[in-house]
Design a protein around this ligand. Structure first.
Ligand SMILES: C[S@@+](CC[C@H](N)C(=O)[O-])C[C@H]1O[C@@H](n2cnc3c(N)ncnc32)[C@H](O)[C@@H]1O
Length: 297
């Protein structure tokens, strides 16, 4: 059953936007990575239908042992869509699902008929064509590199200024609203790019860049700021860059594992004015002297 727990945990991490699908899957233990990744990807493909089946069959209401929706998703996926069924030894959770097998199958068939699908594959979630029109955004981390130097490095890597959504997969452009933000073709991979691994560029969507730009903390030693929900730290490092590594930025993250990620990301980005705190922001004492001079949050 561990395999299913791992897959469910992975779905939870994707739900909380801990990273891209590729990024999160790459952190799975190597032993079962391929198999877990395949189950996660297949489950995501059928997720809307599987959720409808789970709700209609009242599985989670009647089986209190299945405490997580993600666990239900991976198990229901295998019972309905995998040739081999649930690949785990007998136990209370497997029994709980098997008790509902007939109901799950009939709800699945009902949805299939309602959607006019002749095969299971036709129920798979097809990629939204608009996704191909969303560029891959890259923010230059000005704590480590200027935009001018980044453009030079992109050129050395074979990229040219042009339309990132055009036919040439090596074209990039500069964003018209956010400083130091660049647009690349949607399929561009940066995970192994030295600019990314050295923290000179940060993979951050345009929408995620607005909060720091709107808050606009000045670069001054007297500024004290708070990021109340920080991990993985893209907005934190953006704030730190706008502050020019001056003043003080407190970054709260209550989850221990995500706090570790936050520390890694801030270290890689060279944020020296950030104090990361593994704490729940809501438990902060308003009259804590550390925060008495906070002017940006
Ligand atoms: C959507 S993520 C934040 C993304 C981040 N701002 C960025 O741009 O990279 C939300 C994070 O806030 C954390 N969080 C939520 N409530 C919190 C609280 N009360 N105190 C501290 N951290 C919290 C969660 O654990 C999660 O890691």
């Amino acid at each position: 059953m561990n395999f299913y727990f791992e897959a469910a945990k992975t779905l939870d991490r994707l739900d909380t936007k801990e990273g891209s699908i590729k990024g999160v899957l790459s952190t799975l233990p190597e032993k079962d990575r391929k198999r877990t990744a395949a189950l996660v990807i297949e489950t995501l493909k059928y997720k809307p239908v599987l959720l409808d089946v789970i709700v209609a069959s009242k599985l989670l209401k009647e089986e209190r042992k299945i405490t997580s929706q993600s666990l239900a998703l991976v198990l229901v996926h295998d019972i309905l869509l995998s040739r081999n069924g649930i690949q785990a030894g007998d136990g209370p959770i497997k029994q709980a699902i098997l008790r509902h097998k007939t109901r799950l199958r009939s709800e699945f068939q009902r949805i299939k008929i309602k959607k006019g699908a002749r095969t299971d594959e036709q129920l798979a979630h097809v990629e939204d064509a608009r996704a191909a029109k969303i560029p891959r955004y890259v923010r230059v981390n000005t704590l480590k590199c200027t935009s001018k130097d980044a453009i030079k490095a992109f050129h050395e890597q074979g990229y040219r200024l042009g339309d990132p959504l055009g036919d040439n997969p090596k074209c990039f452009s500069q964003d018209e609203h956010i400083a130091n933000l660049f647009l690349f073709p949607p399929q561009t991979q940066f995970q192994d790019n030295p600019l990314y691994t050295s923290g000179k560029i940060i993979l951050q969507d345009k929408a995620s860049c607005f909060p720091a730009v709107v808050l606009a903390p000045p670069a001054s030693d007297s500024i004290v700021a708070i990021d109340a929900t920080a991990a993985p730290g893209n907005k934190t490092s953006h704030l730190s860059a706008l502050m020019g590594n001056q003043g003080k930025l407190y970054a709260f993250e209550r989850d221990r594992k995500r706090f570790t990620t936050l520390k890694t990301m801030l270290g890689r980005a060279g944020c020296r004015n950030v104090e990361a705190l593994n704490a729940d922001f809501l438990t902060t004492e308003p009259d804590d002297s550390r925060f008495s001079k906070v002017d940006h949050m």
